[in-house]
Write a protein that binds this ligand. Structure first.
Ligand SMILES: O=C(NC1CCCCC1)N[C@H]1[C@H](O)[C@@H](N2CCCCC2)[C@@H]2OC[C@H]1O2
Length: 330
């Protein structure tokens, strides 16, 4: 089997991408954020208090003839940005881009935090991290990818995220039309459950490449690129008027500044992030101060290769044994 679905930016700065999925019988369509940085599949539901729902589509298990309550099971998740949700669990038929998993664990939200309520075009998440991170108790549940794997033509899914445009997620095959040249693979450390791997180094603009093993996670659910402070300060030293603002919680600069590109290595391959991706957003609609798409990871305890980096490449998440991750120019 294979599947292929759109990855649609939910706003004009690509804060997140959503993908249409169908749940149940007859099919209920929701727009979910495919997130390689977590492993819970949860949705706004008929059980979510109405004062926490603001325009989202909801999953109603009682309207599906194939839904089953997973009795006695609950879940609760907290994300790195402080957002979170919790609830109960059903199994139902779940499809992404024509690829169906029967009896997928669908975690129905009984409560969501305010940042989810405020994002009216995001109806939940599909965790594509390793199933070890799943929060359902007393028995943890498998991700969509882990459930689909035995039936996939190839044990992979790919992410082709785009800057200010709709990209795609493919399951079970690698579409050679979506990239140029070769795919460079590197080893993944799957414990504790993220797609953890190393960059082989970096360069700023036309500067020299600094070879250095930089470990982090490739996370489609994180908007920005978070790297060690030394690298980030070296980058913003090249930006007129840049400063690390306590007030805004990161590097800001005059929107008129000229930004250098940022290049990261995967083994011997090099991937260049255009300056436009790093000129992320104005700090407020009328401001002339802009917030950077490259920020320091020092407070996080982990480096995060989020969408700002991933959208500069075609990325292959390979569930082979051992797992690996591949990057190609597109
Ligand atoms: O918390 C992180 N990443 C952290 C960012 C700060 C540095 C550490 C990692 N990712 C979340 C993201 O923010 C959420 N958000 C929802 C509203 C629209 C935007 C996306 C969405 O839900 C879970 C995941 O995706």
């Amino acid at each position: 089997d294979t599947g292929s679905a759109a990855a649609i930016p939910i706003n004009e700065v690509d804060i997140a991408y959503v993908t249409p999925v169908t749940i149940g019988t007859p099919p209920q369509t929701l727009m979910l954020d495919l997130d390689t940085g977590s492993s819970d599949l949860w949705v706004f539901s008929s059980l979510t208090p109405s004062n926490q729902v603001r325009g989202q589509e909801i999953y109603s298990p009682t309207k599906s003839s194939t839904s089953k309550l997973l009795s006695g099971h609950t879940w609760s998740i907290r994300y790195g940005d402080g957002s979170g949700s919790r609830g109960t669990v059903y199994t139902d038929n779940f499809t992404i881009g024509g690829l169906e998993v029967k009896s997928q664990a669908v975690q129905a939200a009984l409560e969501v935090s305010s940042s989810f309520t405020q994002e009216q075009s995001l109806d939940g998440l599909v965790g594509l991290g390793f199933s070890a991170l799943n929060t359902v108790r007393p028995s943890s549940q498998l991700t969509f990818f882990d459930n689909a794997r035995p039936n996939l033509d190839e044990e992979v899914f790919t992410a082709d995220l785009k800057y200010h445009a709709t990209g795609s997620y493919d399951f079970g095959f690698i579409d050679s039309k979506k990239y140029a040249g070769n795919i460079t693979y590197t080893a993944v450390q799957q414990s504790p459950g993220y797609w953890t791997h190393s960059l082989s180094g970096y360069s700023v603009g036309s500067g020299a490449f600094h070879a250095s093993q930089i470990s982090g996670i490739s996370d489609t659910g994180t908007t920005l690129l978070y790297l060690p402070t030394a690298i980030v300060t070296a980058y913003y030293r090249q930006v007129q008027g840049a400063q690390n603002s306590q007030y805004y919680g990161g590097y800001v600069f005059p929107c008129s500044s000229t930004l250098p590109t940022f290049t990261f290595g995967i083994e011997g391959a090099r991937f260049t992030i255009p300056a436009s991706y790093i000129n992320y957003t104005r700090i407020s609609p009328t401001s002339t101060t802009c917030y950077g798409g490259l920020q320091s990871s020092s407070g996080l305890g982990i480096n995060i290769f989020g969408d700002v980096a991933l959208k500069a490449a075609f990325v292959v998440f390979s569930g082979t044994n051992p797992p690996r991750i591949g990057f190609a120019i597109k």
